[in-house]
Design a protein around this ligand. Structure first.
Ligand code: AMP
Ligand code: ZN
Length: 469
């Protein structure tokens, strides 16, 4: 399996630190709003990387944070007259709903910055002790960039060039820095902001230190893969390397992966330009599987332009897989012969070639577009080679192969089995019994289970009524 490593700018064979195990950290969103489809790109891409590694038998410890203390969160909290916690908790919940809709698996751990302040104070203290950081008179703590000679190795920037660039850009109010390149590890509170006590001042952490600390706590001092969008290469990831390597004295991450940006109308999609679309808006128009397909149909290191036409063609393409799957199911159900015939065995050996092509594409730096092309070859093959005369085993084999490959990509291609009226009524009865027994957890679980299947319950004076949403 080869990965393009931003650090070396080369595709390299992936060799995990510990055999059979992968330690992977993906920078997550700052939670002050519904996520937009640009944020969805790294979620879908790196979830697919994880799924493929799991398919190959690797155990992936996947950590992705929520940045829940930040200027933008505080600003939104002030606007709404609520606490910063209320804002971040609300948008973490909403983000999880969107992830679920896109079939992005929950991370092994989703740490939150505000829960990890002790670790941050500890790492900053250690950086000060080692001479890599210093506290200014007002209690702001800075990282001493020039002391880390490898600074710039990820973004391929030269320390001297950076230094003169920063000098030209010197910002007022930062005179207390020893060097304009130095970045903040801890900053004093302002009125009305959330803060924590520290040896330097009441305040809060800088953004970069969060990820260094959370990666260390949940994955260790050395990790295999660190990932995020390409805008994070500099300064965020460069600063994470500086903090972690100076504190721990070890190489932080061996492989750095970065997805290219999602554009809209060929312009960078961003909140400041006001041209973003939320995942929630897309879900009103399409099944989010279509969005997932759209993302995977391009290479993750190529810029991708969002357009209505591409979404339409993604919807049609996905539908072709779904139709092939349900056709194979029909063939399997109505087949007169059960067992594989010899000619079918041969055909299955041929079909195995599509899985090989799929793996070859994924092994080549997760070329999901080529992997999807292999899936469509298999769809075409199944549409031609399976029919009324096929055995149940033949249809079943092709079906399993197709569903498995789609599952590696996180694409759900099997239509939900329809829930029958009698099953709904049985569950409603069970819910009533649970309520009578004051087992409200079970009662709620049943309501949620039905809701997930599109069944809405309504308590009326005449009893519980239900309808299909
Ligand atoms: P943020 O909440 O801005 O820190 O972003 C969370 C993640 O989404 C980071 O990995 C960003 O690099 C990524 N991201 C933000 N906007 C885009 C975009 N338009 N295209 C691709 N990735 C993006
Ligand atoms: Zn980060």
């Amino acid at each position: 399996m080869k990965i393009f490593n931003t650090l070396t700018r080369k595709k390299e064979e992936f060799v995990p630190l510990e055999e059979g195990k992968v330690r992977m950290y993906v920078c997550g969103p700052t939670v002050y709003n519904l996520i937009h489809i640009g944020n969805a790109r790294p979620m879908i891409i790196f979830d697919t990387v994880r799924r493929y590694m799991e398919y190959k038998g690797l155990e992936v410890n996947y950590v992705s944070n929520f940045t829940d203390v930040d200027d933008k969160i505080i600003k939104k909290a002030i606007e709404e007259g609520v606490s910063a916690d209320e804002i971040s908790n609300r948008y973490i919940d909403e983000c999880k709903k969107d992830m679920n809709g896109m079939n992005v698996k929950p991370a092994t751990t989703h740490p939150q910055a505000t829960q990890e302040i002790d670790g941050m104070i500890e790492m900053i203290t250690s950086l000060i002790d080692k001479g890599y950081a210093y506290a200014a008179a007002d209690g702001t703590v800075y990282f001493r960039v020039a002391k880390f000679k490898e600074y710039g190795k990820l973004s391929h920037k030269n320390l001297d060039d950076l230094q003169s660039g920063f000098r030209a850009l010197q910002v007022t109010g930062e005179e207390q820095k020893e060097d304009p390149m130095d970045f903040v590890l801890w900053k004093p509170k302002k009125d009305g902001e959330p803060y924590w006590e520290s040896p330097w001042c009441d305040g809060r952490p800088g953004w970069h230190i969060e990820c260094s600390v959370m990666a260390k706590k949940y994955l260790g001092e050395e990790i295999d893969i660190h990932a995020g969008g390409e805008d994070l290469i500099f300064p965020h990831h460069e600063n994470e390397i500086a903090q972690s390597e100076c504190c721990n004295g070890k190489t932080f991450a061996r492989y750095w992966m970065h997805n290219a940006f999602l554009n809209i109308d060929n312009r960078k999609m961003s909140k400041s330009l006001g041209n973003f679309r939320t995942v929630r808006e897309i879900s009103a128009q399409y099944d989010l599987q279509v969005l997932r397909f759209f993302m995977l149909n391009a290479h993750y290191r190529s810029p991708l332009n969002f357009s209505a036409e591409l979404m339409e063609s993604s919807a049609n393409a996905l539908e072709r897989i779904v139709t092939a799957v349900s056709r194979l199911k029909d063939i399997r159900e109505s087949a007169s012969a059960k067992e594989l015939r010899d000619d079918e065995k041969q055909l299955l050996a041929e079909a195995a070639g599509f899985t090989a092509a799929f793996e070859e594409a994924m092994d080549d730096d997760f070329n999901t577009a080529d992997a999807l092309a292999a899936v469509f070859e298999l769809v075409r093959f199944a549409n031609i080679k399976a029919g009324e005369e096929s055995s149940a085993a033949f249809a079943d084999n092709l079906l399993l192969q197709l569903v498995k490959l789609c599952d590696v990509l996180g694409l759900i291609v099997e239509k939900e089995e329809e829930i029958l009226d009698k099953d709904i009524e049985a569950l409603i009865e069970e819910r009533q019994a649970a309520r009578k027994a004051k087992d409200f957890a079970r009662a709620d679980a049943i309501r949620d289970e039905l809701l997930a299947k599109g069944i809405v319950l309504k308590d009326t004076r005449e009893g519980v009524k239900w309808s299909r949403a």
